[in-house]
Design a protein around this ligand. Structure first.
Ligand SMILES: Nc1ncnc2c1ncn2[C@@H]1O[C@H](COP(=O)(O)OP(=O)(O)OP(=O)(O)O)[C@@H](O)[C@H]1O
Length: 265
């Protein structure tokens, strides 16, 4: 269990979280949504220990984050940040293996190689194993970094906009795999997404952030309403439901086109 207690976050005069508290249970995919610049990435960086909060505490399995022992804290994490820099002279397999790099030593053995190839196989990219990562497309790099995060076999997996460069097929491959592994291995998985429909499909627990604060939390079917979307994004939408009761959000155009021209709605 990962607990966030009374968190306050700020960059100088810019206040983000104010008094944010929540409990993120293992075995569930926790999806964070919210507008640009609202503090989603900053929250992940804070959980990882990159940003120190003004106030509050982060506790994993009853142990608080101790900044004097960050390396130890981070051993529980697989973290795929938003900014992807992969300008290194390494093969795909080597980059995936780096997921097991702890304390700057990597003792390569057959089991690690098998795990890395398995991770690539499971996401359908084993054919790229020997390619130089610099020659990959943006989406392929994103998938490889996902495989690297999986290699850590983390207790807490954090993915910041992991599908932003992916096509429809690989969006589903990544999130389906995440869902399966999260439940099978009892991970606390935390994913930032902008696509509300993907969030509705894959979130066991949806967290809605606005101005750094948690304004709603729960199952997508319970909390994703047209009113909430209007409040958070300033966009009108229609909510439909599929046969499983999962909401499907169709946003409306900001300016309606009518027979007599364009009107503001
Ligand atoms: N190191 C920093 N110093 C100062 N301000 C920062 C820093 N990092 C982020 N910010 C500001 O904090 C706010 C939140 O940024 P953050 O990246 O957490 O937002 P986000 O919700 O992840 O946004 P997006 O959806 O656009 O990726 C933004 O206004 C950003 O400009």
């Amino acid at each position: 269990m990962l607990e966030i207690k009374n968190l306050a976050l700020a960059f100088g005069d810019l206040k983000l979280a104010d008094n944010l508290s929540c409990c993120l249970e293992p075995g569930r995919t926790h999806v964070i949504i919210g507008p640009n610049g609202t503090g989603k990435s900053s929250l992940l960086k804070t959980l990882f220990g990159d940003i120190r909060p003004q106030q509050g505490e982060i506790v994993h399995n009853h142990k608080p984050l101790d900044y004097a022992h960050l390396n130890h804290w981070r051993q529980a994490f697989g973290y795929m940040p938003q900014d992807i820099h992969l300008d290194v002279n390494l093969t795909v397999l080597e980059v995936v293996l780096l997921g097991q790099l702890n304390a700057l030593s990597l003792k390569l053995n057959d089991q690690l190689l098998t795990d890395a190839l398995d991770a690539l196989t499971q996401i359908g990219l084993v054919h790229l194993a020997n390619r130089d990562v610099r020659t990959l497309s943006g989406g392929q790099r994103q998938m490889i970094l996902f495989a690297q995060a999986l290699m850590r076999k983390p207790e807490i997996l954090m993915l910041d906009e992991p599908v932003s460069a992916l096509d429809l097929h690989y969006q589903q491959v990544l999130l389906e795999h995440l869902d399966t592994e999260t439940k099978a291995r009892n991970w606390v998985s935390i994913v930032v997404l902008h696509d509300l429909n993907l969030a509705a499909q894959y979130a066991d627990n949806l967290l809605v952030l606005k101005d750094g604060n948690l304004v709603a939390q729960g199952s997508p079917a319970d909390i994703l309403t047209a009113e909430l979307i209007q409040e958070i994004y300033g966009v009108a939408s229609d909510i439909l439901y599929d046969s499983d009761g999962i909401p499907f959000i169709r946003s409306q155009r900001l300016h309606k086109v009518t027979a007599s021209g364009v009107s503001n709605t």
